[in-house]
Design a protein around this ligand. Structure first.
Ligand code: NAI
Length: 320
């Protein structure tokens, strides 16, 4: 329909909304009627320091546009406090965009435990703490829309970002499980994989990308995922520069080994394991298990031996 998508009556919490992508999400949702909690710790992009300035500026902007917003300056690691701001001010929480993030880039040998821990604390533990706190209320409401922010660095790897890659891929698993656990309560969770020119990405992106990869181009896709009309869950969406596409795992046809399975047999059939000419995909782990049982059983039918035969199906998996 031509009806505008509105968020009146909805309360949205955007973490790390003091700048970059999060700021655009907060502005757009508020512009469409949502009451918004603008969370931002206000530190540097490497996770040092804190300040109320970033969140305050976005709240002022929203209010100047006639919208409703409050600031929260806690770290996402203090999820309960962040969510409490939504409950204390607006009485509920319908939308949660896990967006806060930092970088501590080093190649593996040079990476310190602090670099690893800090990145995991903000991205993974932060998403966990805030989402768990929000879920309590979403369950009572029988309504929730959660967005989790991953990265191509996680999906495909990224030189010098082993901490960030691991955390960002971890968040994909986080969202998949949340999608399952939330479904019966009408709590939906999706992953976005954005690319946008921000203070963070300016460290790796050419300045001329600033015109093409504006954060404002990502915001409508994220906002749509947060709307009640969007019933997708467990999805992964890449979005950048006014483009969006859906991503999923794919699996090769694979091959079944004969009993007794030897290393040499594996070597000789390795090309079949890795053959991408026929691919499939699965929506759940149960589907994968069922697929294996079916393949292994098929093979059992052909065998006239009374022996208990054990077969394994190995396949390659990759992100497409
Ligand atoms: P940004 O640095 O402009 O925004 C991140 C915000 O999170 C900052 O305002 C920062 O103060 C805040 N923040 C950091 N630690 C926090 C904490 N502990 N608690 C609360 N707030 C905290 O960077 P950008 O690019 O807007 O990043 C947003 C999200 O998108 C991040 O999760 C990032 O990893 C992800 N991302 C960005 C990409 C890009 O191309 N810009 C690519 C892939 C993912």
């Amino acid at each position: 329909t031509a009806m505008a998508l509105r968020f009146d009556g909805r309360v949205a919490l955007v973490t790390g909304a003091g700048g970059g992508l999060g700021k655009e999400y907060a502005l757009l949702l508020a512009n469409r009627g949502a009451k918004v909690v603008v969370n931002d710790l206000g530190g540097t992009w490497t996770g040092e320091g804190k300040s109320s300035k970033a969140a305050d500026e976005v709240v002022s902007l929203i209010r100047a546009n006639g919208g409703t917003a409050v600031a929260n300056y806690d770290s996402v690691e203090d999820g309960d406090k962040v969510v409490k701001t939504a409950i204390d001010n607006f009485g509920r929480i319908d939308i949660l965009i896990n967006n806060a993030g930092i970088l501590r880039d080093r190649s593996l040998l040079k990476m310190t435990e602090k670099d690893w821990d800090l990145v995991h604390a903000v991205h993974m533990r932060g998403a966990f703490m805030v989402t768990r706190a929000a879920l309590l209320y979403m369950r009572k409401q029988d309504y929730g829309r959660v967005v989790v922010t991953s990265s191509t660095s996680g999906l495909y790897g990224s030189f010098g970002q082993i901490n960030y890659s691991a955390a960002k891929m971890g968040l994909v698993g986080f969202s998949h499980t949340l999608a399952m656990e939330g479904e019966k309560y009408n709590i939906l969770s999706n992953v976005i994989v954005p690319i946008a020119y921000s203070r963070m990405s300016a460290t790796v992106m050419a300045p001329e990308m600033g015109e093409i990869m504006k954060p404002v181009y990502v915001a409508p896709i994220v906002a749509y995922l947060c709307h009640e009309d969007c019933t997708d869950t467990g999805g992964v969406f890449e979005c950048a520069g006014g483009w969006a596409g859906k991503v999923r795992l794919q699996q090769s046809q694979g091959t079944t080994f004969n009993n007794p399975i030897t290393i040499e047999q594996v070597r000789d059939k390795w090309d079949e394991v890795c053959d991408w000419t026929r691919v499939t995909h699965h929506r759940t782990a149960a589907e994968v298990g069922a697929m294996v049982v079916e393949k292994v059983s098929d093979k059992g039918d052909e065998s006239d031996s009374e022996e208990v035969s054990v077969s394994y199906t190995f396949t390659s998996r990759d992100i497409i």
